[in-house]
Design a protein around this ligand. Structure first.
Ligand code: SF4
Length: 441
């Protein structure tokens, strides 16, 4: 056993003793994994570096979310300079910057504006109840109906959409060739991303700038063995109180309590019911989170409320969390996802068919050409990567001079490595040993 491994071990021990050995993961990965592990795979492009350049790296949904979040930042930045600019205008500035950067011609820019206006006027007929299903109820997905198809064709909307979406690759979006009958159910492209964001902006009601402490703030939850990161779209002050108990002789900042509200923007098509939100992983995590970079005066912080703003409807709901609620669920789920990522357990939802993927924004990437499973086989690639990593580690142990180490340290080293590698099963370790023995013997 070589000196290198021994000093590695000391570093590990040092990290354990100062408590910094916690595993770190983004809530987005945990959330996406629960829906379909392949969503996480697409973001971890180290497994397939050429995927991104091959298929483009954005989806229509990402454009919508980025545009609304950038416009929110612009809105509060301008408000900070005493400029009262409406949110819709801030969104216009964001899109203007993008369209210029993508060098799209004036005709495409005017097509985008026409597309939004024409689509809005057709959608309004569904939203106002002028067009309903046989039972007289509003359609949940108007764009999937034959009425929509008929009106899109007669109004020129379909042609506008095709003209705009032929620039998809130029702006970094994936492209999906679909048969005509599936075209209206295709993932959102550039045209719909622009039109959706404009619709959302018209319903946006933001909190006044004087109560907003931060925008797109990074948050952290400290769990027993995991550090979980997320973001709040807006952090708002709900006031500062004095903590309960006997007041100190001298007033200090330490007995102050900053009451906070986190607001998150939800882009799901349908507004979730309140009982669904109470079990929503994002809401559970927010209730336990604290801002990492926000500079507040001295004192403690309390998450008093969470506001969920549903962007398509413009409606918002307030939830009052209790600290500690669901912390055990967050810890268990985070660890399960980390184990899955390390082991390469990428089981794609698409194997249950196109419909099983629902509105997933990665459809444009997963289903293009022969499909992601034929082109890359993500589970296999991840497992090969995992096996290569294991073999590299084992070589490190075997490369040194074992006679110089005490046996107990060798055993401890192996357990340390296994503790850091939940994907390493006893069978996997034995299999790797067999291979190495065959190679070196
Ligand atoms: S399109 Fe389907 S398989 Fe691909 S990431 Fe989304 S849910 Fe998973």
């Amino acid at each position: 056993m070589g000196k290198g491994w021994s000093s590695d071990l000391e570093k590990v021990k040092a990290r354990v003793s100062n408590g910094a050995m916690k595993i770190e993961i983004d809530l987005k990965d945990v959330w996406d994994w629960a829906y379909c592990p392949l969503r996480v795979w697409w973001r971890k492009t180290g497994l397939a570096p050429d995927v991104i350049s091959k298929q483009g790296k954005r989806t229509g949904e990402q454009l919508i979310e980025e545009s609304i979040r950038s416009a929110t930042r612009v809105y509060y930045e301008l408000a900070g300079k005493s400029k009262d600019v409406p949110f819709g205008k801030c969104l216009g500035l964001v899109w203007k910057g993008w369209l210029e950067a993508w060098r799209l011609d004036d005709e495409t820019v005017s097509d985008l504006v026409n597309y939004h206006q024409t689509r809005r006027s057709i959608l309004s007929r569904f939203e106002d109840g002028e067009i309903t299903n046989r039972e007289g109820e509003r359609y949940k997905k108007p764009t999937w109906t034959r009425y929509w198809r008929r009106m899109a064709e007669s109004s020129g909307l379909a042609v506008l959409r095709q003209n705009i979406d032929r620039h998809q690759e130029a702006v970094g979006l994936g492209r999906l060739e679909l048969p005509e009958e599936e075209y209206y159910r295709a993932p959102k492209g550039l045209a719909d991303a622009f039109a959706d964001s404009m619709d959302y902006a018209n319903k946006m009601r933001l909190p006044p700038p004087d109560v907003v402490l931060g925008v797109n703030e990074r948050l952290e939850v400290e769990l027993p063995s995991v550090r979980l990161f997320s973001r709040a779209d807006i952090v708002r002050s709900k006031g500062v109180s004095r903590k309960r108990g006997r007041p100190p002789k001298e007033p200090t900042g330490e007995n102050l309590l900053h009451r906070l509200e986190y607001e998150i923007f939800l882009f799901d098509e349908e507004a979730p019911p309140i009982y669904g939100l109470l079990r929503d992983l994002r809401v559970i995590a927010l209730g336990q989170s604290f801002p990492i970079n926000l500079k507040l005066e001295e004192g403690d912080q309390l998450v008093e409320s969470i506001r969920i703003r549903h962007m398509p409807s413009g409606k918002d709901q307030e939830i009052n969390p209790r600290l500690g609620d669901g912390a055990d669920i967050l810890e268990a789920l985070s660890r399960a996802v980390i184990t899955g990522i390390r082991a390469g357990n990428y089981v794609p939802r698409m194997v249950c068919g196109w419909r099983a993927c629902g509105d997933c924004q990665y459809r444009m990437l997963c289903f293009s050409e022969t499909g992601v499973m034929d082109a890359f086989n993500p589970p296999l690639m991840a497992q090969i990567e995992s096996a290569q990593r294991l073999t590299r580690e084992m070589r490190k142990y075997l490369g040194g001079d074992g006679a110089q180490e005490k046996r107990i340290e060798i055993v401890r080293s192996i357990f340390e490595f296994m503790a850091k590698s939940p994907d390493l099963t006893p069978e996997g370790a034995l299999w790797a040993m067999d291979n190495l023995e065959a190679e070196t013997g």
